[in-house]
Design a protein around this ligand. Structure first.
Ligand code: SAH
Ligand code: DHB
Ligand code: MG
Length: 224
């Protein structure tokens, strides 16, 4: 047994609890073949997001950071008939891979993929009258988390669930002297949360095949 058996335990959990799905498997394979970085959520994390969206009864989902669309497919699979996902991606190559993955999964009709920097595409969603969303997953560049979170609040209503990925950064988040833009983004986000009356939030540290990280879960509410 290795000193940190995190990957082995992830494998064990996935083998037992996460059924093989041809479209999800194909999405990862196509992302790998296209040379995309393997920074997608793990299968057990993808299913966790899917279950959270189902618990929320989400009919409209917003994702910031598509990559090859692996997490997007998990989220889209949580929707009832008539539900929709909007997903935002800045890299056209990633978006091309994701688009093909959505088509292969039979989900093109319910996933609206927007190519562009989230700081540009998020305000456009409001202008178009899209939202409020029931569930929002923030998983793009970490320096942008404070901005994406504020814009997400504008696309929320009471009961909206917001999940933010990668907020522990191998523990670097506690380094007040850090100059890493990702760490600075997460720390600024936590300062915002500390004084934000519109949400109630907590953060859970995680380990697994992607190492040591964590996610924040926030709910928007009048009595947050
Ligand atoms: N949610 C995906 C992983 C996303 S990885 C999954 O779990 O399957 C982060 C993605 O955010 C990358 O594809 C990256 O190109 C994209 N990204 C980075 N900066 C961005 C920005 N400013 N606006 C939109 N997307 C961005
Ligand atoms: C990394 C991991 C992620 O889950 C992500 O969304 C972006 C980057 C990383 O490990 O670099
Ligand atoms: Mg992530």
């Amino acid at each position: 047994m290795p000193e940190t058996p995190w990957s082995e335990v992830d494998r064990y959990i996935i083998d037992n609890l996460v059924a093989h799905d041809p479209a999800l498997d194909a999405a990862l394979e196509a992302s790998d073949v296209a040379g995309l970085p393997a920074i997608n959520v793990t299968p057990n994390q993808g299913k966790f997001l899917h279950l959270l969206a189902r618990i929320r009864g989400a009919r409209s989902i917003l994702e910031i950071g598509t990559l090859g669309g692996y997490s997007t497919i998990w989220l889209a699979r949580a929707l009832p008939a008539g539900g929709r996902v909007v997903t935002l991606e800045s890299d056209p190559k990633h978006a091309d891979v994701a688009r093909a993955n959505f088509r292969n999964a039979g989900l093109s009709g319910i996933i609206d993929l927007r190519v562009g920097r989230a700081s540009d595409t998020l305000p456009r969603l409001s202008e178009e009258g899209l939202g409020p969303f029931d569930f929002i997953f923030i998983d793009a560049d970490k320096a942008g988390i404070p901005e994406y979170f504020m814009l997400s609040l504008g696309l929320s209503r009471p009961g909206t669930v917001i999940v933010v990925d990668n907020v522990v950064r191998k523990g670097a988040v506690v380094d007040a002297a850090s100059t890493d833009p990702s760490v600075l983004g997460v720390r600024r986000f936590n300062e915002m949360l500390a004084s934000e009356k519109r949400v109630s939030a907590t953060t859970i540290q995680t380990v697994g095949s992607k190492g040591y990280d964590g996610f924040t879960l926030a709910v928007v509410g009048a009595d947050a």
